[in-house]
Design a protein around this ligand. Sequence first.
Ligand code: FAD
Length: 405
Amino acid sequence: MVGDGVVIVGAGHAGGQAAAVLRAKGYGGTIRLLGEEPHAPYERPPLSKALLAGEIEPVRTYLRKSEFYGEKNIDLRIGIRVEAIEREARRVVLAGDEALGYEKLILATGSVNRQLDIPGVELAGVRYLRSLDESLALRSDLEDAGEVVVVGGGYIGLEVAATARKMGAHVTVLEMLDRIMARVVAPEMSDYVAACHRDQGVEIRTGVAVTGFEGDERLSAVRLSDDSTLPADFAVVGVGVVPNDGLAAACGLEVENGIVVDEFTQTSDPDIFAIGDVTNHPNGHYRRRLRLENVQNAMDQAKAAALAICGTPEAYSEVPWFWSDQFDLKIQIAGLTEGADQVVVRQVTDENRFAVAYLKAGVLIALDAINAPKDFMQARKLIPTNAQPDLAKLADPAVALRDTV
Ligand code: FAD
């Protein structure tokens, strides 16, 4: 089979964006966008926030209107799983044995939820959250849920906890480590967010693992490592994700904690690119390899792949950023905290405004902002410059972040 055009595997945030940017940059060949889910590309952030809360309907999560794909001559095929990549023949094999040739292939297969391997995980009422359909199913569960247990005190678990609480459930968050969000934020930030959840009536229990789910067919209780049990109508498991890199590994691409790509999103095969959650990529600012699970990375790598395919490559080297909404906390994160040796808190109590700046050898490497959008925006500008803030000014929230250097 003679390959033609670009085939994109995975019609999620990164894949959908790559197709759009290819056309916007003037790519004139065939674009085939193949997605296993029964939906056009959509945004996942609302799945644990507004969509789950019933504040918006699924159509509002779509990246683009359905007419867009026809208008831009993008062959969007949904409900189709790519089963294999045949690199020598330059084609992808679909379920049902149909094959499609490519000149360039983009892998945008995202990540999948890490699964718990404990007794009772198959019981009805134990849920994971990754897809639109899972969010809608959980939303209908939550409409009349009494006791909800959230397993995992990371961003997604905490967003689900906040939404479920707002919908009237009694919510308990179980976190194995000694504080929530422990891997990515300073204790000051964990404490602030935990206090807000507790004020809203969410119970947070740390240092406790789930050892099993109990019930006859349906979940009725969650068993904990101290051998106690908690009543539960529903449990939502949010214990992280793993890269969905099986297709890439099976066809011999270099894979190590994600598909290994360069700063142009090219894999170890020059005709194959990979973008989004599934990649292990170099970051020019932090000078190390990263695997990120955020919209900024999906969007920016989609652009990098499209530019490389159009013959106008631009290296991808963004300082990562991320956001999360929990109750009335608008959390925005700029940069990565790993390696920080000092933190400085900026707090205005009566405005519920709070920020934590992370420094490494005096250089600002990251900032977590709560209801502090100016700090967040200014941090995004300062971090790439390796700014060295004055510590006294930094600790004074009346001094604008940009004026601390
Ligand atoms: P995905 O969006 O996961 O898309 C991958 C797609 O590929 C999927 O549709 C999958 O079905 C498809 N696919 C996989 N294998 C195949 C195959 N073999 N054949 C065909 N199709 C295939 N990020 C933020 O920055 N801020 C947030 O507030 C935020 N909130 C989030 C809340 C939730 C509940 C979730 C789940 C994620 C959230 N994220 C957030 C993360 C963000 O959504 C992801 O980083 C982003 O979706 C990654 O895009 P992607 O295209 O790489 O992967």
